[in-house]
Structures are given as C-alpha cells and as structure tokens.
Write a protein that binds this ligand. Sequence first.
Ligand SMILES: Cc1cc2nc3c(=O)[nH]c(=O)nc-3n(C[C@H](O)[C@H](O)[C@H](O)COP(=O)(O)OP(=O)(O)OC[C@H]3O[C@@H](n4cnc5c(N)ncnc54)[C@H](O)[C@@H]3O)c2cc1C
Length: 350
Amino acid sequence: MEIYENYSLKGLNTFGIDARARRILFLRGSTLDEPFRFMYDVEELLKSDFRKAPYMVIGEGSNIVFTKDYEGSLIKIGEAVFHGGSDERYKYLTVGARMLTDEVVRISVGYKYYGMENLSAIPGNIGAAVVQNVGAYGVEIKDLVDTVDAIDLVSGDRRTFSNEECAFGYRTSIFKQQPGRWLIWRVKLRFNTTFTPNLGYKALSDELQRRGIADPTQQQMRDIVTEVRWSKLPRPEEYGSAGSFFKNPVVDEATYLRLKAEHPDMPDAHPLDANHLTLNTYKLSAGWLIDRAGWKGKTLGRAGVWPKQALVLYNTGSCTGAEVVALAKAIQKDVRRQFGVTLEPEAIIV
Ligand SMILES: Cc1cc2nc3c(=O)[nH]c(=O)nc-3n(C[C@H](O)[C@H](O)[C@H](O)COP(=O)(O)OP(=O)(O)OC[C@H]3O[C@@H](n4cnc5c(N)ncnc54)[C@H](O)[C@@H]3O)c2cc1C
C-alpha cells in the first residue's frame, strides 16, 4: 500500500476543487490479474489504524464535491482488467472495480455483448457506477449487474452480493446506504445475446432520424449516445462539474396533478409503478424546475448553472466546494418556494 500525507485532490475530482486529503492510501495490484498483491494491500489496510479518523473510498471523483480539506483517509484501488464468459442465457464480463464505466461499454460493444451502450460516456469507474446505480437514456447499471464482490471495511469479511442483495434504487444501492462499510473490488455484468436498441428517449430517436438511420447497430447507438450527451454537458477538460447535481424529485400523485394544473407546460411525468401495485409516484424533471426558477445560465460566486442543462452545476474557474454548495442551497430554496418540491443532491457532498 502506498500512503501519502497532505495530498492535493485537485486532479482527483472532476469539479477540479482544490482541497487536500490528510492521507490517501493507494491499494496496489490490479484487482483481477494481480489479486494476491491487491489482497495483500487490503490486509495491510485492514490492520492499519485508518478507522480512527473519517475515511472513504474514492473512484474517479466525478460525483463528489469536496467543501473543505478531508481530515481523514481516502482509499483508492488499483488498475483493473476484465474477463469474459457466457452461458446459455447471457454473456458476462467480470471487471475490476477501477475500470472506467465507458471502457466497459467500449469492450462490450467490441465483443457484441448487448445492453450497456446507452451508458456510454458516463465518467467514473464501474465500482462507483454500482454504488450510485448510474443511469442514462433508459438504462441503469442495475439492469446489467450479476454479482458484486466487496470487502467489509468494518469486519474485514469478503462478500459476494447478488443483484437483489445490492438493493438498487434510483441513484442508490446498499453500498451508498451504508457509507464507509464496503470496498467494491470486482463486478460481474451480464449482457444480452441479441441486440434491441433502447430508443425510449426522444433525443436519441431524433438524432437517429437526423442521420437517416432506421435500424441502428450497437456501435451507432454508442456513437449517438456519446454525441448527444456531450452536446448538453460541460466537457470535463473545459469546465469542472459532477454531471447532474440534483436527482429528479419523486412526488405523489396529488402534488404532480397540482403542479401540472398550475404549470401546463411542465413536462409530462409517468407513474413510476405502471402496474399500480403501490401508491402512484411521479418523477419530475429537476432541470425544468431549476430552469423555471430562473437559475439556468446564472452564477453565484464562481459556481454556475450550465446554460444548456440546468441540472448541471459547474466550476466557472477556481471555485470552491463551499461556493458550489451555496449555489445548490439557493436553487433548492427557490424551487421549494415556487413549487413546494425539495431537490436532493445526487452528488456526494463531503
Ligand atoms: C460530466 C458528467 C456526466 C455525468 N453523467 C452521469 C449520468 O448520465 N448518469 C449518472 O448516473 N451519473 C452521471 N455522472 C455522475 C458520475 O459519473 C457517476 O456517479 C460515477 O459513477 C461516479 O464514478 P467515480 O468513479 O467518479 O466515483 P466517485 O465520485 O469517486 O465516488 C462516488 C461514490 O462511490 C464511492 N465509491 C467509489 N468507488 C468505490 C468502490 N470501489 N467501492 C465502494 N465505494 C466506492 C465513493 O465513496 C462515493 O461515495 C456524471 C458526472 C459527470 C462529471
């Protein structure tokens, strides 16, 4: 294990916030092709005194906002490789948790393993994708997860979680609900053997139409998703951000009907439980609420609301985490006052 003190995090979070960590612990060894070295470092970590101060696992830092220096230990795992496999129903990829999610999509497209292409170009690694249950254009990582291998940082035990045991929900999982407990080191994903493009999102079908493609291939879907995404989001090399800063709020039917009556131009929402097994709830567009509250394109201090997508807060240059949080709070206050709806951050505020 490599240990560094007073470590700059500027290059370790996509917001580009200039905070420092009191300590950072790098676990060496790829989690798949050097498992002994990796597990040796895990043992060393578990025997160390890291639990005496705050600690957290960090991936690529694309969903974390540091509001001040981190007065504890950050844990970062080593590089990752993948293994393939199949049975009569599915194709499988087993990947080390540090592999970038987009790299996993690229490999799946190369192998013609189907179902992940709509998650193209999401920053961050696959271990964190499981923690957050990342999603885009009608697909969530939970649709692909077969098993997840994790180390219990409290007891030191190793455990394999089935998909059901991961308790996935909207941008959440058991790993997010038990912060500080699990270090994910390996993820097994299952893929379809036949290709059906997922065209539920209008932006994708519009782009296909614009290109004159009636029957897209998997590679074409990946290309289109990548292009449509980056046309709306700040390029990380130009402006720091954490992608969508807020979750789309889920409200009860009475609230949805009230808002729709007051704002007929609000985008339609569909009941989340189409089978009506539970009380109907509706997912609203947080981007629309923020836009209507007048925040799209505005800045507060050096933090701003992205002009092309109001759900994204960004760093206009050298902004601090405290400035991002101040902007987020101002938006939350206005949206609550105007619509009676509470916006919850999707990004992790540290
Ligand atoms: C431009 C941009 C676009 C984005 N678009 C999307 C999108 O479309 N959909 C979406 O869902 N998200 C999106 N995101 C958010 C982000 O990409 C995801 O949440 C991603 O999965 C975070 O990965 P990371 O490696 O950067 O994790 P980090 O931000 O480093 O960590 C996120 C959380 O995971 C935990 N964690 C990380 N690795 C591990 C591990 N191995 N074991 C246990 N816990 C771990 C951390 O402790 C933290 O709680 C976007 C972000 C950006 C910057």
